[in-house]
Write a protein that binds this ligand. Structure first.
Ligand code: HEC
Length: 159
């Protein structure tokens, strides 16, 4: 119930903040309040394939951004922006949809910064993108990892 309230509150914050490509303070705050939760087994296979692509694009993107290779950075950001997303009826929670939409928004901001060849904007957009990866992983990946440990009979990590 607490989660639902948080999500509803988030959604309204998002609706009013949609004009800017960069995250507002509210958006960042909202990302942090998403509680950890488990995803259904049906979405796991999809996510595994998608994350494999993100992982490769992101590794290459880090270097391209760090060395200000705008054309290369743009290409990898396009890979992330265009990767398939879960449809509305398949998302494990409303917050998940917000986060996957945010990732596309962040990747598009990276592309826009590359088009402008603006190091400042690229830095802000890239920062925001990493924060989105982390928010979603904190909410969904970390509990999955902990659950796996429990299934294997290992001790879960202390908080
Ligand atoms: C909307 C939620 C969401 C976003 C945004 C997201 N991820 Fe993920 N990611 C997941 C979930 C859920 C898993 C676990 C999938 C599984 O193993 O079944 C995962 C797993 C991964 C893994 C595998 C890690 C492991 O230990 O198994 C990598 C690598 C990864 N993500 C990279 C990224 C990168 C890079 C970004 C940002 C560019 C990103 N992800 C954004 C939800 C997300």
């Amino acid at each position: 119930m607490r989660l639902l309230a948080a999500v509803l509150c988030l959604t309204s914050v998002f609706a009013s903040a949609q004009d800017s490509v960069f995250p507002t303070k509210e958006e960042k705050k909202m990302a942090r309040i998403i509680e950890q939760q488990l995803v259904t087994t049906e979405v796991k296979a999809f996510l595994k394939a998608k994350m494999k692509l993100h992982s490769k694009d992101m590794r290459d993107l880090v270097l391209a951004v760090a060395t200000l290779k705008y054309d290369e950075a743009k290409r990898y950001a396009q890979g992330i922006a265009n990767s398939p997303r879960l449809t509305e009826e398949n998302v494990p929670a409303p917050a998940f949809k917000v986060l996957q939409d945010n990732l596309r928004k962040d990747a598009n901001a990276v592309i826009a910064a590359c088009d402008k060849k603006s190091p400042e904007e690229l830095s802000v957009a890239f920062d925001s993108m990493i924060a989105t990866c982390m928010s979603c992983h904190n909410a969904y990946l970390v509990p999955m990892r902990e659950q796996k440990k429990v299934e294997k009979g290992e001790k879960p990590a202390a908080k």
